[in-house]
Design a protein around this ligand. Structure first.
Ligand code: C2E
Ligand code: MG
Ligand code: MG
Ligand code: MG
Length: 290
């Protein structure tokens, strides 16, 4: 509660802080029941091979359809889910749901799932991944787990051990948001990444205003490509960005230029729009990629 007028600034700020705390608590309360009430949903965004134009797979992105607030962005609820530990059951639901969805697709399509650093501290992660694959009946190499640099930096020994176990299962490991963390060259060598996803902030700068920012963005792309892993550019929105990425030998692209994240039913439709077996698939998939 607010103190005397002697601490005027304190009095000024406290109601706002209080309001924020209340809002947080109510969001937390709502999140606890949301899983049980089926308010979470996965959307899927395709990633596309630059040269062939084929869709390689889809990334699962979590959506919360709140009964009163409407659609809450993952940027708003994932940090809270991490602080409260709810990310563990929620992350399990994501893995189960995403793998089950991928089981409906042709088996050359991958499913990418984002992992929170908090999930790595749960001894359940590896068994949950195994169960998700077994329940869905999909091959482990179809699952790609996305992990950020910050996730690994925090508890690198634990995360590395878990990544190695997952990798041994045949699951692919992607480094997400590349360029925004603190990766050193030795760090990149130490972890068994199969893919590096260049952060959207660099991709947007490729067609940015200043020469300087464009040069830096392009250097990041070239550096990522030089690592010799599959390189995916996130957040590709324009033809110009795509052309630069292609010229710099980036392997895959993902972004609104091709498709926003869409519902599972729409993925099935997109896949259905592919040509029948006698027609070469790449052309149709190119059409699907827009
Ligand atoms: P991310 O994994 O880096 O996902 C990429 C984000 O960029 C997604 O935002 C996607 O919708 C958005 N995006 C894709 N293409 C474009 C584009 O061309 N332009 C722009 N402006 N944005 C684009 P979203 O879905 O809001 O997710 C934000 C972040 O939340 C994700 O970043 C990921 O870190 C986290 N997240 C989402 N789903 C999950 C999940 O199931 N588990 C965990 N642990 N984190 C998740
Ligand atoms: Mg991701
Ligand atoms: Mg990312
Ligand atoms: Mg991100």
């Amino acid at each position: 509660s607010a103190k005397s007028g002697a601490r005027g600034s304190f009095r000024f700020f406290e109601p706002e802080l209080d309001r924020q705390l209340q809002a947080r608590r109510s969001l937390e309360r709502d999140m606890r029941s949301a899983l049980a009430h089926g308010e979470f949903e996965l959307h899927y965004q395709p990633f596309i091979h630059v040269v062939s134009g084929e869709t390689c797979g889809f990334e699962a992105l979590l959506r919360w359809n709140h009964p009163e607030r409407g659609r809450v962005s993952p940027a708003d609820f994932i940090p809270l889910a991490e602080e409260t530990g709810l990310i563990v059951p929620l992350g399990e639901w994501v893995l189960m749901t995403a793998c089950a969805e991928a089981a409906k697709w042709p088996d050359d399509l991958k499913i990418a799932v984002n992992l929170s650093p908090v999930q790595f501290r749960s001894p359940e992660l590896v068994p949950v991944v195994m169960r998700a694959l077994a329940n869905a009946g999909i091959a482990s190499h179809r699952l790609e787990l996305e992990v950020t640099e910050t996730a690994i930096i925090h508890d690198s020994e634990t995360v590395f051990a878990v990544l190695a176990q997952l990798h041994a299962l045949g699951v692919r490991i992607a480094l997400d948001d590349f360029g925004t963390g603190y990766s050193s060259l030795s760090f990149l060598q130490k972890f068994p990444f199969d893919k590096v996803k260049i952060d959207r902030s660099f991709v947007s700068e490729l067609s940015g205003a200043s020469d300087e920012s464009r040069r830096i963005a392009r250097a990041v792309v070239r550096f990522a490509v030089s690592l010799g892993k599959t390189t995916t550019a996130e957040g590709v929105e324009t033809r110009e960005q795509l052309d630069i990425l292609r010229a710099d030998a980036c392997v895959e692209v993902q972004g609104f230029h091709f498709s926003p994240p869409v519902q599972g039913a729409r993925v099935a439709q997109m896949i259905g729009e592919r040509a029948p077996a006698e027609t070469p698939r790449p052309a149709v998939r190119r059409a699907m990629a827009g």
